[in-house]
Design a protein around this ligand. Sequence first.
Ligand code: ACO
Ligand code: ZN
Length: 226
Amino acid sequence: AEADDQLIIDAGQKQFGATVCGSCGMIYSADSLEDNFQHTQFHQSFLDSIKFVGWKKERVVAEFWDGKIILVLPDDPKYAVKKAEDVRRLADNELGFQQVSLSCPSQAKTYLYVNSDRMVVGCLIAEHIRQGFRVLEQPEQTKDMTREDFMEHHRAWCCSTTPEKAICGVSRIWVFSLARRKGIATRMLDTVRNSFMYGGHLTKEEIAFSDPTPDGKLFATKYCEK
Ligand code: ACO
Ligand code: ZN
């Protein structure tokens, strides 16, 4: 925790102080023993999960100024598949899906964004699908809703009810909290479109997002309108 940024929410009382760990990105209250303990437990295992030591054979599908994208397929060596699973587990924890399995794990393609510090800061899992539901713009009328209304309408908003032909389904997309808004998700998705199908390029319309989160929806609507 050498590079902690202090983000003190100045409410006059010290126990409201929230700290963002500059290495693992966890937000916690440094004044709480409980929080400190949870942070210590999380910190090292998180950094171990995203650490990328480099592999003898890496399927590099794109290179950038700040990193590269590696594609992992289900039949790859154990160490590669394990890294993809470790990162997926982190993403799932954050997304709150506990044990949701992939619709067809033997077909899933995992794209890992490895940065120049050798950390996996992005993960995208893509699967072949036949149809999807378009992500729709969110109406801005959430203010007067009760929580129940919100939850009920939440699903309905994210997707149109008419299935449309799609080829590639994005079942997970995750970027490390400290690396967001730098175009990593955009570059991962551009790379999927270029590499998912051998010899073909997918249009934005041929990509569908499964059950997007609020962040996922904001990203997807922005991506698809560009
Ligand atoms: N709020 C508003 N707009 C956003 C957000 C956001 N949280 N995230 C992305 N955008 C829009 C912006 O317009 C952004 O461009 P800008 O930064 O120039 O304004 C544009 O999308 C491109 O964003 P990227 O930088 O490419 O996206 P990023 O690398 O930050 O990753 C992601 C976006 C994956 C949604 C990230 O916020 C994340 O991991 N969130 C937590 C996990 C999650 O919710 N994932 C989506 C689950 S849905 C699913 O998996 C199918
Ligand atoms: Zn930490």
